[in-house]
Design a protein around this ligand. Structure first.
Ligand SMILES: C[S@@+](CC[C@H](N)C(=O)[O-])C[C@H]1O[C@@H](n2cnc3c(N)ncnc32)[C@H](O)[C@@H]1O
Length: 352
């Protein structure tokens, strides 16, 4: 037996009441309004933790531990430290029981992970350069879907800015999502599921769809099945531009999924110059305007983002243009383009 393995063996949890017993003991009912569903089957919680890779001697943050099913599987794998972040205070006694059994390795934070800053949460000696191999830090969690999807968008932005847990380097994530959402995250071009989320996730991460957990494995049973997805941040994003800019271009282009992609891209510009600048953007990017959004690779989205930047740099007011807010701003903005509009009208009259 290797030394590492024997350390891991001594780190295993002592016999404990089952999660089902814990739920009974502390009268923990899943709250529907918080979309709580618990995993009671240890083979499944072990499988989620296995999907994270080798976590022994690593520092782990579990988000949304609830009564602690996945938490136990994590502790049994011998991490040097486990910090759990749970919003619902009712789970504190069940989690404290694990703290006592964990050889001082576990800490509970009662709070909302959405606004939690992890930039000082792990040990300093775990920090790695971004270009180096990922640090021995992992984030694992089975959160409600209403939290996990907005959270991953927020974390992609943090990753792009190397903030939060990504100030330690390329921290990996293993998270659950509604099955359809997990499939979208890994969807390739031409696939039915290809969408904004596919491009955003794949731009900053290598994304792996690990496996599906049937809804019936949870208590209470949700309506849908669940995907376990693993993310490793890329050393270089495929599109090396600011998060907000990429998000804006990708969101607009996917605004009309079944139409020519230029239709969504035109919405990036105010009405009077929409067609002209949309055409210019596709010309600069050397993309066929009749391509549909789901046919565009991340690299092609990159060319479109660069072309959009170039056009905005000629008139920086364009950077701020947002067609959704345009109803209120239209008068203001359109007046900026009055001259151009007049010019366009003159040109079209001359051509008639
Ligand atoms: C779907 S349950 C899963 C519980 C447990 N991980 C399991 O697999 O059995 C989600 C858990 O996340 C917690 N949670 C929900 N929103 C949260 C947030 N914003 N921050 C931290 N925890 C949250 C819930 O209270 C609940 O315990």
């Amino acid at each position: 037996m290797t030394i590492a393995r024997s350390v891991q063996e001594t780190m295993r949890l002592p016999p404990l009441p089952t999660i089902r017993d814990i739920l009974k003991l502390y009268r923990l009912q899943a709250l529907r309004q918080l979309s709580q569903n618990f995993l009671l089957d240890q083979r499944l919680t072990d499988k989620i933790v296995k999907a994270a890779g080798n976590i022994s001697n690593s520092e782990v943050c579990e988000v949304g531990p609830g009564p602690g099913g996945i938490t136990r599987s994590i502790l049994n794998k011998g991490p040097s430290k486990l910090i759990v972040i749970e919003k619902d205070k009712r789970f504190a006694p069940a989690l404290d029981l694990l703290v006592e059994s964990s050889h001082q390795r576990m800490q509970v934070i009662l709070g909302d992970v959405m606004n939690f800053d992890m930039s000082k949460m792990f040990s300093e000696d775990k920090r790695r350069d971004w270009e180096d191999r990922p640090p021995h830090i992992h984030i694992i969690g089975n959160l409600p879907f209403s939290v996990s999807t907005p959270l991953i968008i927020r974390w992609l932005q943090a990753m792009s800015e190397r903030q939060n847990a990504w100030s330690y380097g390329r921290t990996r994530l293993t998270l659950t999502f509604q099955k359809e959402v997990g499939e979208r995250m890994v969807a390739d071009i031409m696939s039915e599921q290809r969408c904004r989320l596919s491009v955003m996730c794949q731009n900053w991460c290598t994304v792996k769809h690990k496996f599906i957990i049937p809804g019936k494995a949870f208590v209470p049973k949700p309506e849908v099945d669940v995907s376990v997805v693993h993310f490793t941040p890329r050393i270089q994003p495929q599109i090396p531009l600011p998060f907000k800019l990429i998000e804006k271009v990708v969101r607009n282009i996917f605004g009309f999924r079944q139409k020519y992609s230029i239709r969504g891209a035109e919405k990036l510009f105010p009405v009077p110059v929409r067609q002209k600048l949309g055409t210019e953007m596709y010309h600069l990017a050397e993309i066929d305007p009749t391509t549909r959004p789901f046919q565009l690779t991340v690299e092609e989205f990159g060319r479109l983002c660069h072309a959009y930047c170039k056009i905005c740099d000629q008139d920086p007011r364009l950077h701020k243009y947002n067609h959704r807010a345009a109803r209120e701003e239209r008068e203001d903005f359109d007046s900026l383009y009055e001259e151009e509009q007049a010019l366009l009208e003159t040109v079209s009259q001359t051509n008639m």
